[in-house]
Design a protein around this ligand. Structure first.
Ligand code: SAM
Length: 248
């Protein structure tokens, strides 16, 4: 039986395409791509000829059967998205989970991923993080999601588009005021790669001063420094700890 390779592609700089990714795309029988025209351009750049077909959010469940039959015939396939790691806010989840359930071999070929690239250069805590994907487009739903993070440990990370970045940071300002400590990674690995940081109001001020700072693709990262729990809770915790120690 064949294997399905999950192949990461660059998020901007084509030099980030790994050797193994290139070899894999060269060697497989078929490439399932989120957007075949987009992937064709990448393949042309590297002189790779390949049989492409599309797998996107709307046909993924149907394509799983087709991919399973090709794998059973002994064909090897790769899955790629437009940029970065497939399945990370990109299609592929249904495909991979159904193939795994059928016992097929799924092999990662790791590489670029915006969330990891952003986080490792942000200066924010990396020992624990929560990746929230894309947040809702409508303000009310978005504020609800932001509010749900109040007790989240570590760094919260989400993806945002140029169209919504201003309103999204505005909603963070409404929900957390200056208790949110933000880092925005923009256009990672591209010409205008920029890291902006500060409270929501400081970031909005930087947008107001220079509208170019709102252009491109964003990874938003935040730490929350919410007020300490109130004194009676702290006292209760202290007493409990003492009691526990005594009972040991
Ligand atoms: N699968 C991709 C990955 O591995 O990161 C993410 C795909 S998702 C559809 C696209 C979003 O990822 C963008 O809206 C942006 O939030 C983020 N992103 C992708 N490339 C980026 C880059 N070069 N700089 C900053 N953010 C990026």
């Amino acid at each position: 039986r064949g294997s399905l390779y999950i192949v990461a592609t660059p998020i901007g700089n084509l030099d980030d395409f790994t050797k193994r990714a290139e070899q894999t795309l060269r060697n497989v029988d078929y490439i399932a791509a989120e957007d075949t025209r987009h992937t064709r351009r990448l393949l042309n750049h590297f002189g790779i000829e390949a049989k492409l077909f599309s797998v996107h959010d709307h046909n993924e469940k149907d394509k799983a059967e087709y991919v399973a039959s090709l794998l059973s015939e002994g064909k090897n396939l790769a899955l790629v998205s437009d940029a970065g790691t497939p399945l990370i806010s990109d299609p592929g989840y249904h495909l991979v989970s159904s193939l795994r359930a059928l016992g097929h071999k799924v092999v990662p070929v790791p590489g670029s991923c915006a969330v990891v690239a952003a986080l490792c250069a942000s200066g924010l805590a990396t020992d624990q993080f929560f990746f929230a994907g894309f947040v809702p487009a409508k303000s009310k739903a978005r504020r609800d999601v932001f509010t749900s993070w109040a007790k989240q440990a570590g760094t919260v990370v989400f993806y945002e588009s140029t169209h919504r970045i201003y309103d999204s940071i505005g909603d963070l300002q409404v929900v957390y005021g200056d208790q949110a400590n933000l880092v925005l990674a923009r256009e990672i690995t591209k010409t205008f790669e920029t890291f902006l940081s500060g409270s929501p109001s400081q970031v909005l001020q930087q947008f107001d001063e220079d509208a170019n700072q709102m252009k491109g693709e964003f990874v938003v990262m935040l730490n929350l420094s919410l007020p300490e729990e109130d004194e009676s809770l702290q006292e209760a915790r202290r007493v409990l700890t003492l009691l526990l120690e005594e009972s040991l």
